[in-house]
Design a protein around this ligand. Structure first.
Ligand SMILES: [Zn+2]
Length: 397
């Protein structure tokens, strides 16, 4: 234990503590932000840490709004965001950018690296990589016919998918699959979900948008590349509603909406609906020897067991879902590498069905299909196919 020798030392320590706290929670000058946004920042900062952590997207918007005219205040706020949830990618990125603007290069590098280790969303990964002098490309090619007549495996993004994740998985799969593995699917949407714990709220958002279909609402939809008829789809409703709240500068509404997205937005589809949906999208591009594995962030449910499944499909076509790998669902710390490994294992497993490789009896093999699969058993599978499956993959046509 440290013994405090003199009152002066004690005073110095108190002053130091006060100064540190002040730097973290620097007051925002009253003219620096629009009144409603400033009020929301103050409100969220007073919430318990866990509740505040769910409402950080609005605070990051405030950080960005402050960045140019008040870089020091913005830095203080970004620091608070990064501390409130060190695993929130957009928060780490905002902190890294502000650290750089305030000539704290080491802090910036550290935060950017942390964002790359944890963030799964494309925007955070692209920005973090840029800070480290790297370029990542989140563009997704359209669904189109594969040239030539050789065999190929196409990974199709279904709905809103993290494209960089899809590309990382493709790269790892290519190690084991001896035919071209390509990524496609820009614009392949999902229909309205069949289950979503947030369904009634989403309906409320939909009705609010439809009821107030003014210039603001249609502008928000246009900014999301959607129109009124697209409001039947969960992911689109959520995107448009968010844009609409931003346009209206309803920051408190946006905070609560973002918290709901994190905790309750879990769209799910019956697995057969997913495969049917994929089949209807690829119909025009299909040809002999080309197999399709849809990748989705939406949850899939087996009609028979009523439980979530990670993959579904049969000959030529299947779907793999990474909904169950979400750190919010698993209540785990976000981990990019872990996510890539898990989705690669599942995509390999679905590919084995699509390529009709036959049943694998080795339970540690990613291609193994257990009779009573549990997530724990899935997690114990290795990333590398067993020698038998490896050979089958070499022969697959
Ligand atoms: Zn195997």
């Amino acid at each position: 234990m440290i013994r405090i020798e003199t009152p002066r030392a004690l005073a110095a320590i108190v002053l130091f503590l006060v100064a540190t706290a002040a730097a973290d929670a620097q007051r925002i000058p009253s003219d620096a932000l629009p009144k409603a946004l400033r009020a929301e920042v103050e409100r969220v900062r007073k919430l318990p840490k866990k509740a505040a952590a769910l409402r950080l997207p609005v605070i990051v918007r405030a950080v960005r709004a402050l960045a140019d005219a008040h870089p020091k205040v913005a830095f203080g706020l970004a620091k608070w965001v990064a501390k409130t949830d060190p695993n929130y990618g957009p928060g780490q990125v905002a902190f890294a950018e502000l650290a750089l603007a305030n000539k704290r290069k080491a802090d910036a590098t550290k935060a950017a690296k942390r964002a790359l280790e944890t963030a799964t969303d494309d925007a955070s990964r692209v920005a973090a990589a840029r800070l480290l002098g790297e370029t990542l490309d989140p563009a997704l090619p359209e669904l189109e016919r594969i040239e030539g007549d050789g065999p190929a495996l196409v990974l199709v993004a279904m709905g809103d998918v993290d494209v960089l994740l899809l590309k990382a998985v493709r790269e790892r799969m290519q190690k084991w699959i001896h035919m071209p593995v390509v990524v496609q699917g820009g614009g392949v949407a999902l229909p309205m979900s069949e289950r979503n714990p947030w369904l009634s709220e989403l309906d409320g958002f939909r009705r609010a948008l439809e009821g107030a279909w003014d210039a603001g609402a249609s502008e928000a939809a246009r900014a999301c590349g959607a129109d009124r008829s697209d409001l039947q789809r969960d992911q689109v409703v959520a995107r448009v509603y968010r844009a609409w709240l931003v346009a209206k500068e309803d920051w408190r509404g946006l905070s609560e909406f973002e918290a709901g997205m994190r905790t309750k937005f879990r769209p799910a589809w019956i697995a057969d609906t997913m495969t049917r949906e994929l089949a209807s999208h690829i119909g025009a591009y299909a040809r002999d020897g080309v197999r399709y594995v849809g990748i989705t962030a939406g949850d899939m449910i087996s009609t028979r067991s009523q439980r979530s499944v990670l993959g579904w499909g049969g000959a030529n076509l299947g779907v793999a879902s990474y909904a169950q790998f979400s750190p919010d669902v698993r209540e785990e710390k976000p981990d990019w590498e872990k996510l890539v490994v898990r989705l690669t294992k599942q995509a390999l497993c679905t590919s084995a069905e699509v390529l009709q490789l036959g049943r694998c009896r080795t339970s540690s093999c990613p291609m193994h299909l257990g009779r009573f699969p549990t997530f724990e058993r899935f997690d114990r599978k290795r990333a590398q196919p067993c020698p038998n499956c490896e050979m089958k993959l070499q022969l697959a046509k």
